[in-house]
Design a protein around this ligand. Structure first.
Ligand code: PA5
Length: 445
C-alpha cells in the first residue's frame, strides 16, 4: 500500500493550515462523487478500477496473446494520454536491458505517434523492415495528426510486409465507439478494436484499454495492476478520514505550498525505471491544472543522475520549489558491493552492503540536504516495482489530481490550451478548411 509522509513540509507551511483544508477537500470529493463540479462529463475514471469487467480484461488478455504469438515487435502509436500511461507502466516493470537480450520474452514494444521526427520515424521503419510486427493505434479523437501520420506509415509497411490478412490480425485500434478516422478505418478494415469511454479523458485513461492492452502485450499482469488500483480507490475513498486519506492529504499539502509561493513541484525518483511515471505525472498535473494563468508547474528529475546536474539548482536556486519523492521500499534483485584487497577507490567501507542500501542513504541524505536548503519535501512510498504498486500509484495520483484541481478552482478535466498550436500548424500546412487562418498566419511571418 502507498504511504505519504508530509512531515518535512511543516517547516515551510503550518500543519494546522494543511488540516484546515479538510472541509474544502470534502467538498471537492463530493463534487467528484456526485458529478456536480467542473468537467463533470469526464469523471469515468473515478470508479474505473472497481468497475472494469472481467469480460473486458479477458478480451484484452486474449488480444494481447494474439499479438505476442504473431509479432516480433509491436508499435504502440499514440500521444499524450494515449501514450504516456502505457509507457510509464511498461518501463517501470521491464528489465532495463530487455531489448538488448537475445532471447526475448515476447515482442519488443516500441512507441510512435508521439513526435513528428522524420529521422525517428525513418529509423523505426528501418528497424521494422523484414520483421513481423503489429500496431496498436490509440487515439480517442481518432484525428490526432502525430498519431495518424505514424499509423499511416506503419500500416502501409505492415500490410506490404505481411499481407492484408495478417495485418488484420496484428493491427488493433483503441478509439471512440463511433467517431473519428481511426474508428472509420478500423471498421472498414475489420481490425479488432476497443473503445475509450466517452467520459474518460486521455490523461486519465491508463486503466482503460489505452494502457491495459499495451501493458498486457508487454507481458505484465493487468489483473494485478487493476487490483492495485482498486485497493487505492478504497484507500482514497470519500469515507476515509482526511488525515488517513493519501490523495486528500497530497492535494491539500500541494495547494498550501502553492499558496505559499512554491510554484514548482519536482517529482523525484531514485530508480531510473520510474522516469516515464514522472512523464505521465507531468502530463496529468500540467494539463489538468495549468489554466486560467494558474497552476503548479510539474517538473521531474531522476536521482542520482540529476543530482549531478539539477542538484545545484535545487539546493541553492530560487526558493519557489518543493519536492515529492517516490521511494521504492524493496528492490526486486540483490546485488552487494564486493570487497577489494587494494581498495584503490576507497569503497571498502561499503563492501558487503546492498547497492540499494547506498541508494537509500543517498535518498535520505538528499532529502535532509534539500530541506536544509529551503525545499519542502513530501515522500510517497511504494512497496516495490510491481503491478499492484504501480496500479495503486497511478490511481492515487489521478484521485489527488481531481481533488487538487477543484481546490485550485479550475476544471481539471479539459485542455483548451492544447488547440492553439494545432490551429497554427494546420494553417501553415494549408490544411483544407484553414484558408483564412493560413492567410492570417502568413501575414505574421
Ligand atoms: O489528455 C489528453 O486528453 C490529451 O493528452 C490526449 O490524450 C492527446 O492529445 C491524444 O489525443 P487522442 O487520443 O485524441 O489522439
Amino acid at each position: 500500500m502507498i504511504g505519504l509522509n508530509i512531515e518535512k513540509t511543516f517547516g515551510f507551511i503550518a500543519k494546522e493550515k494543511v488540516a484546515s483544508y479538510e472541509a474544502d477537500v470534502k467538498a471537492a470529493q463530493e463534487a467528484l462523487e456526485n458529478g456536480t463540479g467542473k468537467g463533470n462529463d469526464f469523471l469515468g475514471w473515478l470508479h474505473l478500477p472497481s468497475s472494469i469487467s472481467r469480460e473486458l480484461l479477458d478480451d484484452l488478455k486474449a488480444t494481447a496473446q494474439t499479438l505476442r504469438e504473431n509479432c516480433e515487435a509491436v508499435v504502440v502509436a499514440g500521444i499524450g494520454g494515449s501514450y504516456l500511461g502505457a509507457r510509464a507502466v511498461i518501463e517501470a516493470l521491464s528489465n532495463s536491458f530487455a531489448w538488448l537480450q537475445e532471447k526475448k520474452n515476447g515482442p519488443v514494444i516500441l512507441f510512435a505517434g508521439h513526435n513528428i521526427g522524420e529521422d525517428y520515424l525513418y529509423e523505426l521503419t528501418e528497424y521494422l523492415k523484414g520483421k513481423k510486427f503489429g500496431i496498436i493505434n490509440i487515439s480517442k479523437s481518432g484525428t490526432t495528426t502525430e498519431t495518424a501520420l505514424a499509423f499511416r506509415l506503419l500500416r502501409e509497411q505492415c500490410e506490404r510486409q505481411c499481407g492484408k490478412d495478417m495485418a488484420r490480425k496484428v493491427i488493433v485500434a483503441i478509439t471512440d465507439a463511433k467517431k473519428g478516422a481511426a474508428r472509420v478505418t478500423a471498421d472498414k478494415e475489420g481490425y479488432k478494436s476497443f473503445i475509450i469511454p466517452d467520459n474518460v479523458g486521455g490523461r486519465f485513461s491508463v486503466l482503460t484499454p489505452v494502457g491495459l492492452l499495451p501493458i498486457a502485450v508487454a507481458g505484465f499482469d493487468i489483473d494485478k495492476l487493476v487490483a492495485g488500483a482498486v485497493a487505492m480507490e478504497k484507500a482514497c475513498g470519500m469515507d476515509v478520514p482526511f488525515a488517513e486519506n493519501p490523495a486528500a492529504l497530497y492535494a491539500a499539502t500541494r495547494n498550501e505550498l502553492y499558496r505559499n509561493g512554491k510554484k514548482i513541484e519536482i517529482l523525484v525518483n531514485f530508480n531510473p525505471k520510474l522516469h516515464y511515471v514522472s512523464e505521465w505525472w507531468k502530463q496529468l498535473y500540467g494539463e489538468s491544472e495549468g489554466k486560467e494563468h494558474k497552476g503548479i508547474f510539474p517538473a521531474a528529475v531522476d536521482f542520482s543522475t540529476d543530482l549531478h546536474s539539477m542538484g545545484q539548482w535545487i539546493q541553492e536556486g530560487e526558493r519557489t520549489i518543493y519536492e515529492t519523492v517516490i521511494s521504492v521500499e524493496k528492490v526486486n534483485h540483490s546485488l552487494t558491493v564486493p570487497a577489494d584487497a587494494e581498495n584503490l577507490d576507497g569503497l571498502n567501507f561499503l563492501a558487503g552492503k546492498h547497492v540499494d542500501e547506498v541508494n537509500k542513504m543517498a535518498e535520505l541524505g538528499t532529502q535532509l540536504a534539500h530541506v536544509d536548503g529551503g525545499v519542502p519535501n513530501m515522500r510517497i512510498t511504494i512497496p516495490a516495482l510491481n503491478e499492484e504498486s504501480i496500479g495503486g500509484l497511478l490511481y492515487f495520483f489521478e484521485k489527488a489530481c481531481g481533488i487538487s484541481g477543484y481546490l485550485l478552482g479550475v476544471n481539471p478535466f479539459n485542455q483548451p490550451g492544447v488547440e492553439a498550436y494545432k490551429k497554427n500548424m494546420f494553417a501553415l500546412l494549408n490544411k483544407p478548411g484553414y484558408e483564412e487562418e493560413s492567410k492570417a498566419i502568413r501575414a505574421r511571418l
